[in-house]
Design a protein around this ligand. Sequence first.
Ligand code: NAP
Ligand code: MG
Length: 447
Amino acid sequence: MILRNPATEEVIHEFRHATVDDVDTAVAKAKAAGPAWRAMAPADRARLMRRFADKVAEHVDELALLETQNMGMPIGSARWCANAVSDVLHYFAGAVEKHTGSSIPVAGGIDVTFHEPLGVVGLITPWNFPMLMASWKIGPALAAGNTAVLKPAEITPLSTVRIGELALEAGIPDGVLNVVVGPGSTVGWRLVEHPDVRKVAFTGSTAVGKRLMQGCADQVKRLTLELGGKSANIVFADADLEKAAAAAPGAVFDNSGQDCCARSRVLVQRSAYDRFMELFIDAAKAFTVGDPMDPATAMGPLVTADHLARVKKYTDGLDTVFTGEVPSGPGYWHPVMIAAPDYADPICHEEVFGPVVVVIPFDDEADAIRICNDSDYGLSGSVWTQDGSKAIRVVRAMEAGTLSVNSNSSVRYSTPFGGFKQSGLGREHSMHVLDHYTELKNVFFAT
Ligand code: NAP
Ligand code: MG
């Protein structure tokens, strides 16, 4: 497999794919490491995870550089991600001793619950935030006492492989965290099929997520899914339009729109539509696209030539109200685009995963909610209004799992993250995710 820097098209790395046999070896190592990891005193497991988190923090520059060269993420964002990986691992180190069971009043004895680790878990991650998505799964998997085999997307494995090495350098025992790099259809699928893998945690496309769900059915294998989105950014006429417009480009163009939480549908109340559009275009003009190694760059290239071609299928010939500039020369560049197409156009409904946003007018609160929920997806979304009661009514009516008011932020490791409808199954982050990495056991003791 050959990896190219998407900003320069230069070859940066070449490697041999893992095979299905390699996956079996990794699963066997994870299984062998399980009993000791599970039996370790919780304080010791937490201490090792903190060391791992600190190791990552010591290597932020190196990890960020790998991410930028491998997938084109601007270096400032890549540094933010590397620091976030460390924070996530620290959070779950702290969770080791806090995921407590309960005692339940019963007649004739006592009744207690235990959160038991599942065993070996298979973790499958996408290419858009490679190391960050890895940490979201490694953290809770290991904290809960499981051992893991992690398969990153084969086009962006470099930062994840390094994180695997850092785990070993930090003293996480051999076999607790294993990384296998190869295609999803063989190496990833083996984790779905392998009888010793007790759960699959997946982040990726809805299409692949559905296939995994079918694959897991055979063994009633535990499965969590973080899938695609077409999230709505709802701007009411009574909002602070300047603030909403200033934040809107970053909410969809960050990471070149390759973000499951991208607010790729902006819904604007008709009476504020023209004013908002003017402000939005101005803000998009200031959103610099270029060399991801330049700290002033807001947006880099798309991840691969293939993905660029996929995005262009949606945007070639699209009638836009604004199209930005891209660098000349090599690189998988796509300009930022704002469009106001006919509502029936597929671009208003399908996840493009590129730097293009559609702006859709609405009449009133009910209309905004109707348009927002007219989607198979339901991952994230925003509401901009200065009317607090309206904000509460609207967020409660939105069919999506991860929402914000007068902000477009989506992710905090201490708060639950995930989707409604075809955006996923289960939640990541917060103490809630630990329920997805453990079995709840109930024991009655007769007295
Ligand atoms: P993808 O094609 O679904 O791939 C995701 C991962 O699954 C990759 O590691 C891939 O391996 C693997 N895979 C593919 N086919 C498989 C199979 N049959 N069995 C097992 N594993 C398989 O998604 P992507 O193109 O990498 O990522 C983009 C998608 O991810 C978008 O839809 C986006 O919305 C979603 N996403 C969601 C979240 C969230 O938290 N909800 C976060 C980020 C991204 P290879 O690529 O190596 O073949
Ligand atoms: Mg793919």
